[in-house]
Design a protein around this ligand. Structure first.
Ligand code: FAD
Length: 410
């Protein structure tokens, strides 16, 4: 059962503790996995998870909600099982961090002391990056890059659109959360349009020339959707510079577009609390020592998940979970004076482009100098695989999601 801070957040007193106190900020894929793993690796640890939402809504598979293939309820998880495992779950946001005093302040003004702090706050959307695109504009031109109300809004707009309308997806340059997800989204929206509004079209306005698993996507698009998906890359003027929410205009370097539905995904940075802690650098992301996930800027603070500068590891739920588990083992070892083993992380990313049609990219990552690099052992689905292979990968994607979410939330 999740508990509120009122019952637990005693005034901050720096005193010797019997058990080391580890606070994890952010109950998403990285933070929830890390908090659980900390208790598992050393049940004596005093572990607190700080997360404002009582229900977490998962981004992986949320593109299927947008396409009408999945209910949002299947994306939602609570913290009861994590609390039952002995993690103190506080249903508030962290509002400030004092790294010198080893203190986290919560929104109700109370404070908690830590010996180690893990930051897994995910991303914040950079509402200053595209002229005209702010939080109010997102109510008309949803990003749907944090799952929940925005996911449902985009779904509703696509359902309400007339046959013959254009759904535009504005895609920012990397680094972003889940680099292949915009193209998975375009595919699944095309699947919906083909069946329900066949005169309509998906227009991708892209701030990149090349993208992850491009050949696999393009092969699937021509096999499944004909001319239903059009993509304008960076070199042909695809980068969105400005929008006008009053009439849904999207302005790129080369022209103006007036789609019926505008899904604008803005550039991103580490979740705000990371910068407030002093853990983010000029890029907006958090540099870490890849051997320990220790912040390079703030001591006794570790950063995992989308918020960290992971080098070759894509920002994904799979990576966040692998980092969370590895980081827990590292912290537990360090707290008893041991030198932790250098981590090897594995992750697989599935893209479902139609029901029963998916492909994947699996990777193995190790510290290489200042960042994580990919090492041998990864694989990508073959471009010319028969449909049975795509169907098996679609089943594997569902099984993967189950394992991922059980691993994070129990
Ligand atoms: P999150 O899971 O976002 O968790 C961050 C948590 O921190 C949130 O719950 C937030 O409320 C909390 N938080 C923020 N600030 C504070 C604060 N101040 N105090 C307390 N708590 C705070 N990944 C895959 O591996 N496979 C996929 O198929 C996949 N599909 C995706 C599809 C889409 C459309 C999108 C957008 C993403 C997809 N991802 C996928 C990426 C995946 O969702 C993220 O990489 C993953 O959620 C990152 O985990 P995280 O712990 O870093 O952040």
């Amino acid at each position: 059962m999740a508990v509120t801070a009122g019952a637990l957040a005693l005034p901050y007193v720096a005193h010797a503790q019997a058990s080391a106190r580890v606070i994890v900020i952010g109950g998403g894929f990285g933070g929830a996995s890390c908090a659980r793993a900390l208790r598992k690796v050393d049940p004596k640890l005093d572990v607190t998870l700080i997360e404002p939402n009582a229900t977490f809504t998962s981004c992986p598979l949320s593109n299927e909600v947008i396409a009408g293939l999945r209910d949002i309820a299947a994306q939602q998880f609570t913290y009861g099982k994590i609390a039952a495992e002995g993690v103190r779950v506080i249903a508030q946001a962290a509002s400030a961090i004092d790294p010198q005093a080893h203190k986290v302040t919560l929104t109700d003004g109370s404070a908690l002391a830590y010996d180690r702090l893990v930051l897994s706050p995910g991303i914040h959307l950079d509402f200053k990056a595209i002229q005209g695109y702010d939080e109010a504009a997102a109510d008309k031109m949803p990003h749907a890059w944090k799952a929940g109300a925005q996911t449902l809004l985009l779904r509703k707009q696509i359902e309400a659109m007339d046959d013959g309308g254009v759904v535009a997806i504005a895609v920012p340059a990397n680094p972003i959360r889940c680099p292949p997800a915009p193209y998975e989204r375009a595919s699944l929206i095309a699947h919906y349009l083909k069946a329900n509004k066949p005169r309509s079209k998906v227009l991708i306005l892209d701030a990149k020339d090349e993208f992850s698993q491009q050949r696999l996507f393009e092969q699937a698009w021509s096999a499944l959707y004909g001319g239903l998906i059009e993509r304008i890359p960076l070199s042909q003027g695809g980068r969105v510079t400005e929008i006008n929410p009053a009439d849904l205009t999207i302005i790129t370097e080369f022209g103006n577009y007036n789609p019926q539905v505008a899904n604008v995904i803005p550039p991103q940075k580490a979740g705000r609390i990371a910068a407030a802690a002093g853990a983010a650098d000029h890029t907006g992301w958090c540099p870490i020592d890849p051997k320990t996930f220790a912040s390079k800027l703030v001591s006794d603070v570790h950063v995992i998940g989308d918020a960290c500068l992971g080098g070759g590891i894509p920002k994904s739920a799979a990576a966040a979970q692998a980092q969370g588990k590895a980081c827990a083992a590292i912290i537990a070892a360090q707290l008893v004076g041991k030198t932790p083993e250098s981590p090897t992380l594995t992750g697989v990313c599935y893209n479902t482009v139609a029901p029963g049609y998916a492909f994947s990219l699996a990777g193995v990552y190790q510290p290489k100098g200042e960042i994580f690099g990919e090492v041998e052992g990864g694989s990508t689905s073959p471009v010319d695989a028969p449909r049975e292979v795509r169907a098996k990968e679609a089943d594997a994607a569902i099984a993967w999601y189950k394992t991922l979410t059980v691993g994070a939330f129990g």
